[in-house]
Design a protein around this ligand. Sequence first.
Ligand code: G3I
Ligand code: 9MR
Length: 568
Amino acid sequence: MRVKLLTLCLIFCSASYGQIAMNQLGFYSRAPKKAAVTVEPDVNEFTIVTEEGKEVFKGKLSEPIHSRNSSLTICQADFSPVEIPGKYRLKAGNRESEIFTIGDHVLNDVAKAVLKGFYYQRSSEPLEEKYAGRWARPAGHPDTQVEIHPSAATQQRPAGTIIASPGGWYDAGDYNKYIVNSGITTATLLSAYEDFPSYFQQLEVNIPETGNGIPDLLNEILYNLRWMLTMQDPNDGGVYHKCTNASFDGMVMPGVTRTPRYVVQKSTAATLDFTAVMAQASRVFKQFPKELPGLADSCLSAAQQSWNWALQYPDSLYNQQAMNRRFEPPITTGEYGDNRLDDEWFWASVEMYAATLEPSYKVKAKEYLNDKWQIPDWKQVYMLGVYTLLRIKEPEFTPDFSEKLIAMADRFTDSMSTNAFGTVMGRDSSDFIWGSNSLAANQGILLIQAYRLTKDIKYLDAALSNADYLLGRNATGYCFVTGFGSKRVMHPHHRPSVADGIDDPVPGLLSGGPNPGMQDHCNYPFTEPETAYIDVSEAYASNEIAINWNAPAVYLFNAIEAEQAGWK
Ligand code: G3I
Ligand code: 9MR
């Protein structure tokens, strides 16, 4: 019986994460190095061997640790002392890992790839082979003729009026473009630039604009920013919630369907997010007056107009069901509905203040101060304002905010030691939401902020633990970025990847990750919080990709590359 149980456990364990789970891309020479190994009777040691099989390190496995987020029990293998650059394997009992690297710049390729991922999401323009390689494709969704949906009708723009709203990134595995989600995405990317300008000034990712005197990160951002500007009604400053089909396209390539595209109701959430992004963009693009004459001013004036609209219409919430009861055609694409806008008000006020230094915006921001800080996501953007106030070192907030941020980071680092996988991600099972991998990346951003404030390496180590999580040290054993890793995501819920006839998915896209909600009703082999993931293209609740998930990955991987000297 015991033997049977054990065999069962081994089958279960190996099927869920493949016995040895580790960052499959590599380890920085001086940084912490860990793997998670399934428990095997009488095995309590592990070795690190070179590619040729020569043993270079022998270590003791940790005591078995029960995971908080599944029934898994695992041991940790810590091989941090191995510092000599090279290619290695980890062996424990009869098991051995794939080959992995120890060296410098081990995240460089993936850091560039997740930025390039945005290029592949471009709507309205063809992806040319010299930039897109095998994933070259014709343009889809020109969006030069978009209808004003009846929900968005005004006197100047009655229903059916045609406007142009080209460009921008597709939101995710679908082909629609949503301002709320574009907001946090674009802001996260702008923040990456603001925090690491000299690093990004040298980073090129082979996109059509490369070499034009503007860093590629900003070039890619501009592609979306220009689209966002088209989503503002010039007559009143309000911003349409989304540019969308009435219902989701089939799993086909961009450009195959020609169903009408609409802009729908202006919403306060979209308008505030737009305000924040345009204000931040005005600050960033002010640094490029020659290359982008007038752009910073246009962004700021757009932000001022949208801000005024929001003041006038603070209660224009987006509720798709209610909208569909009143207007035709019904719209059934992503909702991004949000009923609590205090955090959007805070963020927009902060960004307007940072862009203009007008005290009235600071007064407004103070009205929305809130002690319950949460890792940001599309509907919870308060922290984006916090990061900006710390970034501009606004004296009135700085000492208190940095103390609070460090206390929050400490709660994360404290939880690592008792987490079976030794990561910050998975502090408890509520971490495993739709798009959980973006939470891991966003936790990483918070830890990077703490590192920048303190220069205490423990925060950089903790941020790295979540990069390790995303790249393989997790309960599924998957490296979650398409195109990378020895156990890789092959079937993301991503229409081009499904429809292009190429075996490999479009590279550089972060899969959503474990989500026990399983709202896609797929047949999941494992259903516990940290294992509820399946690499099939129907599984949109755990295996879709999305711009707001890729953006924090861009920040995290590139920040780690930029800061890796910290471990030297
Ligand atoms: O807000 C509640 C919270 O109060 C509650 O505690 C929690 C418990 O599960 O649920 C929270 O609501 C969740 C909501 O996201 C906000 O986080 C819902 O359960 C969850 O189903 C919902 O998921 C969203 C999903 O769309 C469905 O609406 C994802 O965050 C969002 O990323 C995703 O976005 C889609 C777009 O609509 C369409 N394009 C693709 C994109 C990615 O899948
Ligand atoms: O492809 C859609 C994806 O982007 C959304 O996140 C998801 C949830 O809204 O819906 C997906 O579309 C599915 C739709 O909801 C139901 N019919 C099948 C569609 C494709 O799988």
